[in-house]
Design a protein around this ligand. Sequence first.
Ligand SMILES: CC(C)(COP(=O)(O)OP(=O)(O)OC[C@H]1O[C@@H](n2cnc3c(N)ncnc32)[C@H](O)[C@@H]1OP(=O)(O)O)[C@@H](O)C(=O)NCCC(=O)NCCS
Length: 185
Amino acid sequence: MFEIEFERPEHQAAIDALLDLSFGPGRYAKTAQRLREGNRAIPELCYVAFANDVTGDGKVERRMVGSLSFWPVVIGGVPGLMLGPLAVEPRLRGQGCGVKLMQRGLSDAEALGYRLVILVGDAPYYAKVGFAPVPPGRLTMPGPVDPARLLYRELEPGAFAAAHGPITKPAPEMREAPAQRTRAI
Ligand SMILES: CC(C)(COP(=O)(O)OP(=O)(O)OC[C@H]1O[C@@H](n2cnc3c(N)ncnc32)[C@H](O)[C@@H]1OP(=O)(O)O)[C@@H](O)C(=O)NCCC(=O)NCCS
């Protein structure tokens, strides 16, 4: 029922409306946002989901109903990704859209050569796609975060072992996907 597509510029207004609806104006104050400011989501890992949805006048239309992006970060010394924001249109929640978006993104990220992903979110939900809590004190975010909500997922077995310390934005030359870097840095 949900079709996943790559995000394109014409989706931006609908994505912003969905994120405002899902997170409210406080979304820009979250600690995770500090890793997005001055950073750039990976274009190959930005998705929208389309599905049939009922509009205000009762008609059924194919509409954008979900979005997900991934951002390059350095995770305690290990180049990786931050997942999110993830949002699904409230009327269509609980039907698998969020999990489908994440499964697609994680699979593509692995194919692009990424090894490790972090996010800030509800552990029981993200456990559905393999995320687990970061052991307390192991990694730090650039601001306050409930430690129980800082989660990680390996895309390459063992990648988390080397991750210790602050989670930071990457240098600009490290923002491309590993498989796409044309020169060693
Ligand atoms: C969180 C969100 C993206 C989930 O999207 P979704 O399409 O409804 O999720 P799915 O349909 O793939 O998964 C639904 C399942 O996850 C569970 N679930 C959803 N949110 C959950 C949460 N916060 N904690 C635990 N379980 C949760 C549902 O109970 C359901 O379980 P079931 O499959 O056993 O019935 C959506 O609710 C949303 O947009 N919320 C507002 C924005 C938000 O909070 N984003 C995440 C930021 S951390």
